[in-house]
Design a binder for this molecule. Sequence first.
Ligand code: FE2
Ligand code: FE2
Length: 223
Amino acid sequence: MANTEGAKKIIADISNHDLDQWVRTDSFSPQLEESVRGHIHQELTTFVFFRKLAADCARSNIALHGFARLWERSAAECLADFHWLEKYLVSRGGRSKPTAIEPPGVEWPADPVEPVEPCREALFVERRLLEDLQRLCSLAEKSGDAALCDTIHNHFMHKEVKHVKDLADMLQQVVRVSKQPGLGIYLMDQELRRTNGSIPWGSANDTHIENNSFSRITECQES
Ligand SMILES: [Fe+2]
Ligand SMILES: [Fe+2]
C-alpha cells in the first residue's frame, strides 16, 4: 500500500513539472534560445530568397537553367538547415515560434539579362548567414553553452565559410564574363548545367579536401 502511495506521489510530482525545463541546461538561456530562433528565421528567409532567384532564372526571358539549379540547391540547403536547427532547438528544451517571412527584394534583370547584381546579393545573403552563426557562437560561448558551440562548429561553420567563398568566386567570374556581353554567361550557365547546379570549383575551396591532399603529399615525402 505504502509503495502504491509512493508511486502515485512520484507520478503526481512529475506530472506537475515542466519537463522542457528538465531538458534545458542553465547555460541555454532565454536569450540564447531567442538567438537560435533568429537563425532559424534567417534560414527560412534565405530559402525564399534563393527560391526567387531560381524561379527568375527558369523564366523563358532569362533561361539560365544552370543558375536556376544552383539557386535551387542553395534554397534546399537553407531548408535543410532550418529543419535541422528547429529539431535541435526542441531537443534542448526550447520552443519553436515562427515569425512572418519578409519577401525578398531581389529581381533578376531580364532586359538585358544581367547576372552581376543578383549574384552580388546572393553573396551578401550567404555572408549574413555566416555572420549570424558567428554571433550565435560568441553568445553561446559567453553563456558557457559548450553543446551549442560544438553544434555550430560541426554542423554549420565549415560549410558556410565555403559557401561564401564559392559565391565570391562566382561573382568574380560573372563580372569577368559580363565585361563583354554575349557568350560568357551562356558558357557559365552551361558549366552549371553540366554539374547540375553544383559549384564547379567547389572542391578547390574545401579546406578539408585540401588538408587530405596535403597529408598525402607529406606521406609521400616521408616514405
Ligand atoms: Fe545554412
Ligand atoms: Fe550555405
